[in-house]
Design a protein around this ligand. Structure first.
Ligand code: NAD
Ligand code: ZN
Ligand code: ZN
Length: 380
């Protein structure tokens, strides 16, 4: 079949919206008609080249990253299933998990679906079922971001990437839980393990960070200090549960020192748009003895050095941990978060500042760079 999708042909070029030829699903795969897709910063990393697998490595692994259809925060309706698909049928509503969860590997079988072994192929750009392509344009095979490629009207993906949800949940809101909501909320609830009465700093309040604010507040934090240089984000953060705001980590450090009588934050969560090595030491300084810093932002791949005070890390028993997909189990947490939304306990509607047709994708990302959106969203 033919459909429209947004492609990056090479890093540092704009998104190109064009006609794509999509093959029917093969064994273990499903064809999904998408409702829309959130504009997460991780696709921007694809565009800037921050997330480009070096040529040599790609060759060694037999990967072909570009050209690639972006998008990994989508939801839709199953239209057709390939042979051997057992958990889904046409008409089912699904959210795409941005990391497939096979259910059988050591990580999945021990309650760490966010670390599923199939995650190794997130940037491989091919179906995780047989490593071939279903998407083609201009006579070439196309990659798909995170094994799904949600910047298109339809996609074919493995059953492992699909989480079935109730049909009465609006799919355009459910899409957000496929990445930003679960990642941010889980960064606070699971990775940081925020407890009642704690003081929490969230650095960077976009589509991911706003949900870390929301998760920290839901966990009963006493102080949730939302840090963002953009005034609109700071204003919005208060609506999502921030008790205080600051425009920089330095300002937040002074604030938390005052609020806690010098004890500092129990947990600090980093969700800025581009991971920055120079934010680590300030984040550790703002965090108390025995406290934890969670790094959720994606940093450019080639960045390998972080200036930090290792002496104090040891003597003050501070923790610095990474987190992917909010350290959540998508098969449990996606339906769980959507339930909280239905019960009015989790805000999703308010996360979407502006929607765009697929042709508006470059404008949507420009609005992200300009700090205008909590989340922009393509609606097909
Ligand atoms: N670990 C994961 O599983 C995972 C999943 C999704 C996204 N991410 C990453 O999380 C990050 C955030 O994604 P997003 O979609 O929310 O991005 P976004 O662009 O919507 O939001 C980033 C926010 O950070 C703010 N910011 C930038 N520099 C700052 C600074 N020095 N101090 C305070 N605030 C600052 C910006 O003003 C913006 O509001 C990105 O790096 C993205 O790639 C990681
Ligand atoms: Zn994302
Ligand atoms: Zn697995």
């Amino acid at each position: 079949m033919k459909m429209k999708a947004a492609i990056i042909w090479a890093p540092q070029t704009d998104w190109s919206v064009e006609e794509v030829e999509l093959d029917p699903p093969k064994a273990g795969e499903v064809l999904v008609k998408l409702v829309g897709s959130g504009l997460c910063h991780s696709d921007e990393h694809l565009l800037t080249g921050d997330m480009t697998v070096p040529d040599e490595t790609a060759k060694e692994l037999g990967l072909q990253q570009f050209p690639v259809i972006g998008g990994h925060e989508g939801a839709g309706e199953v239209v057709e299933v390939g042979p051997g698909v057992t958990s889904l049928q046409p008409g089912d509503h699904v959210v795409f998990g941005f990391i497939p969860a096979c259910g059988r590997c050591p990580s999945c079988s021990t309650g760490h679906q966010n670390l599923c072994d199939l995650g190794a192929f997130l940037l491989a750009g091919r179906q995780v079922t047989d490593f071939t392509a279903r998407h083609h344009a201009r006579g070439q095979d196309l990659g798909i971001m995170c094994c799904i490629g949600t910047f298109g009207e339809y996609t074919v993906a493995s059953e492992a990437s699909c989480i079935k949800i109730e049909k009465d949940i609006p799919l355009d809101k459910a899409a957000l839980v496929g990445c930003g909501v679960t990642t941010g909320w889980g960064s606070a609830v699971y990775a940081a393990g925020v407890q009642t009465g704690e003081s929490v700093i969230v650095i960077g309040c976009g589509g991911v960070g706003m949900n870390a604010v929301q998760g920290a507040a839901m966990s009963g934090a006493r102080h949730v200090i939302a840090v963002d240089p953009v005034e609109f984000k700071r204003e919005q953060a208060q609506f999502f549960g921030a008790t205080h705001t600051a425009s920089s980590i330095e300002e937040a450090t002074a604030l938390v020192m005052d609020l806690t009588w010098g004890q500092m934050a129990d947990k600090t969560i980093i969700t800025v748009g581009v991971g920055d090595p120079n934010l680590i030491q300030p984040a550790l300084l703002a965090t108390k003895k025995g406290g934890r810093v969670v790094h959720t932002s994606v940093a450019p791949m080639e960045m390998q050095n972080v200036p930090m005070d290792l002496f104090s890390l040891t003597l003050m028993e501070k923790q610095l941990v990474g987190s992917i997909f909010g350290s959540a189990n998508p098969r449990r947490d996606i339906p769980r978060l959507l339930r909280l939304y239905q019960e009015g306990k989790l805000k999703l509607d308010e996360l979407v500042t502006k929607t765009y047709p697929i042709e508006g994708i470059n404008e949507g990302y420009q609005d992200m760079r300009d700090g205008k959106n909590i989340r922009g969203m393509l609606i097909y």
